[in-house]
Design a binder for this molecule. Structure first.
Ligand code: HH2
Length: 279
């Protein structure tokens, strides 16, 4: 059974892990504006941990389609006090950033994982993470957040995403990072149409073949809205179903806003799976 090493933390991946989303952004598409200050973000994160989050993913820059870029200094000001406080409470903290400066500051402040929607392609990002003992989530994105949803096109989306992630895994290994520190993610909604997202979800087991744990991030995403007709605030049930579909195809980490709902769903899932295995 593969394991995940994030700094000094060790996770068995026998059961799927829950990564709770903590956005410290005024413009995030789903909970932006509701967590305007550091104390509120910390309280929200601690509640997510209480509800069952294994990892807390702290982000200071929205990556929703068309979102404005945030300077590194501003992003650091947003996330650093939250990361320091959560690490001080013994939480496993991930930093959701594309910028090497932010990665370094977050790792110094106690983050044990870097979640990068650019899969460490920014100059200096690979080196920043390799030099630490942190884990990294390598996500596929076609283009940049400002333009990624403008007519994304693939010959074979599953194969192209797989090739890309395989290349990033190899780059990390060449930089000295062991596989136990790596996680891959197809990047639902990042330069993908509804059909691309569905193909990736349907064939997620193809990514699991790379022998690196797969993370699925479907929470509140527009594909759920397209399939249910629901607004961002009313996509919780759809999100749980989508994440369980991902787990059925090998996903080992789930990045979610509603940790309590996912924890309950996984309690059922895990009980059924254990019964099946006879364990
Ligand atoms: N999705 C978002 C942000 N970061 N990271 C990974 N690894 N996978 C994802 O699917 C993913 C991600 C977008 O969701 P959210 O954080 O809710 O919104 P925003 O980017 O506006 O903060």
């Amino acid at each position: 059974m593969p394991a995940l090493h994030a700094g000094s933390h060790r996770f068995s991946l026998a059961k799927p892990l829950i990564m709770g989303i903590v956005n410290v952004t005024p413009d995030s598409f789903s909970d932006g504006g509701r967590l305007p200050d550091v104390q509120a973000a910390i309280q929200h994160a601690l509640k997510l941990r209480e509800e069952g989050a294994d990892i807390l993913d702290v982000g200071g820059e929205s990556t929703r389609p068309g979102a404005a870029a945030v300077p590194a200094t501003e992003e650091i000001c947003r996330v650093l006090p939250v990361i320091e406080a959560l690490a001080g409470h013994g939480c496993v903290v991930s930093v959701d950033t594309m910028k090497p400066e932010v990665m370094r500051a977050a790792l110094d402040a106690g983050a044990a994982m870097v979640n990068d929607v650019m899969a460490l392609r920014a100059p200096g990002a690979l080196e920043a993470v390799a030099a630490s003992g942190a884990a990294v989530c390598l996500m596929h994105m076609l283009g940049a957040p400002q333009s990624m949803q403008q007519a994304p096109c693939y010959a074979d989306v599953v194969d192209e995403v797989k090739q890309f992630l395989q290349g990033r895994v190899q780059a990390c290994e060449a930089a000295g990072m062991g596989r136990e520190r790596l996680v891959i993610d197809p990047g639902f909604g990042f330069g993908k149409t509804l059909e691309h997202n569905l193909a990736l979800l349907r064939h997620l087991n193809c990514l699991a073949e790379l022998n690196v744990p797969v993370l699925a991030g479907l929470s509140r995403k527009s594909m759920l809205g397209a399939l249910t007709g629901r607004g961002v605030e009313a996509r919780e049930f759809a999100g749980v179903a989508a994440h369980l579909a991902a787990v059925a195809r090998g996903a080992r980490l789930l990045r979610v806003h509603n940790v309590a709902a996912m924890r309950d769903a996984l309690a059922i899932w895990n009980a059924v799976e254990e019964q099946q295995d006879g364990t």
